[in-house]
Design a binder for this molecule. Sequence first.
Ligand SMILES: Cc1cc2nc3c(=O)[nH]c(=O)nc-3n(C[C@H](O)[C@H](O)[C@H](O)COP(=O)(O)O)c2cc1C
Length: 193
Amino acid sequence: MSKKIVLCITGASGAIYGYRLLEVLYSMGFKIDLVISSSGFTVLWQELGKRKEDILLEFEGVNLIPQGRIDSPIASGSRLVSYRAVIVAPCSMSTLAHIVHGTNQNLIHRVCEVALKERVPLLLLVREAPYSAIHLENMLRAVKAGATVMPASPGFYHRPKSMEELVDFMVGKVLDSLRIEHSLYRRWREDDP
Ligand SMILES: Cc1cc2nc3c(=O)[nH]c(=O)nc-3n(C[C@H](O)[C@H](O)[C@H](O)COP(=O)(O)O)c2cc1C
């Protein structure tokens, strides 16, 4: 199984999901290509007080690619096919719309387009509240095109005591969906074989 993965962070609320995914995948030894949209940087700063420099310092070796680098290797199917998955977390409604309508404006849209055409697993951790009919139609389009659409809405059956546990539940669900083993949350009746 490939240990190469693309992680994209866009400007939806929930930057903490992308940041925690980065932490977990990094600790698992994944080679991470990271693309953060300009709005993604705005929300990372707003919600977590993190800037580009902090990310580069904390995650040495992570390949942070500017969203404008449309000539990046991961923009090509010939390179992306060797990757385990493409994750967009959080995924804004704007990025979702670009993906499902094929209107590439940046590297994130392009890498998602390539993932769909090459059948590289694509996971979109979407976040908005409430959803309009446009959002819902776009999610359906994404699923029909082969993506996994996951709402950033954690469960509560594991009785979380902190925000970290809620975040880890969602991050764990993302990894479950990609069949990446983890122990980030207690599964339903975990002790019951
Ligand atoms: C603090 C903040 C929170 C936001 N939360 C959301 C959100 O939850 N969902 C969403 O679709 N857009 C949200 N937006 C708006 C997006 O950032 C905006 O649509 C942007 O154009 C998305 O661009 P991107 O998809 O290239 O990152 C938020 C913006 C800000 C500043």
